[in-house]
Design a protein around this ligand. Structure first.
Ligand code: SF4
Length: 210
């Protein structure tokens, strides 16, 4: 049970439930192949059945951590910091993003967009989920749209989402890992027929790195 003081700090975004943090290579999307420090924030109620980080869902399992500590650790390792989850926008990201910027970091967020956008970001990767659609603001501000393809209907969902996102967003289709053998050939064909899309693969999983 958290003290009232900690609860207030979490509500303000001065403390966040930190699940893990690690320096690795960005495996997905536009920045694939580049080094980045990942901060994984606990808490997500979107409930994707194929989610590969279900341990992140229950925020209570992850210790509320002072954002200054998170920023200090991140700044030791990498110029680029990726905030992911869970669903990071469950929480107020304003302070974390600001303090990382104050430390001259490039700040990226990976989000389903299910909650209002907080924080100012150098790069927003929006990966919408059918269970809980993104808010308007995040469609307007996203730099990339990454749609996970689990089944054929997801191509229709991808087009619906592409119609909502701003014109500059770079569009990616990414096979869900357990369905990659089945879905990747369909994605290849789809991208050749619809070249506004690009393919994203979970290259970190092929490389066997976090
Ligand atoms: S939004 Fe992300 S963290 Fe949440 S359930 Fe879906 S895949 Fe998992």
């Amino acid at each position: 049970m958290l003290t009232k003081e900690i609860q207030i700090a979490v509500e303000k975004g001065a403390m966040l439930p930190l699940m893990e943090e690690f320096y690795t290579i960005q495996g997905e999307g536009y920045h694939t192949g580049t080094a980045a420090y990942f901060i994984r924030i606990g808490g997500c109620d979107v409930g994707c059945h194929w989610c590969d980080v279900k341990e992140s869902w229950n925020a209570e399992l992850h210790p509320p951590t002072d954002v200054n500590t998170i920023v200090e650790n991140a700044s030791k390792h990498s110029e680029t910091v990726v905030v992911t989850g869970g669903e990071p926008l469950t929480w107020d990201m304003t302070l974390l993003a600001q303090k990382l910027k104050d430390n001259n970091r490039k700040v990226h967020i990976e989000t389903s967009g299910a909650y209002p956008l907080s924080g100012t970001w150098d790069w927003i990767c929006l990966s919408p989920k059918k269970n809980k659609l993104p808010t308007e603001t995040v469609y307007e501000k996203a730099h990339e749209l990454k749609v996970i393809i689990f089944n054929k209907h997801d191509f229709i969902f991808a087009e619906e989402q592409a119609a909502n996102v701003n014109d500059n967003a770079i569009l990616f289709l990414q096979p869900e890992w357990s369905k990659k053998d089945e879905m990747t050939p369909l994605i290849v064909e789809y991208v050749m027929n619809n070249p506004k899309w690009r393919i994203s693969l979970q290259t970190h999983k092929f490389l066997n790195i976090p």
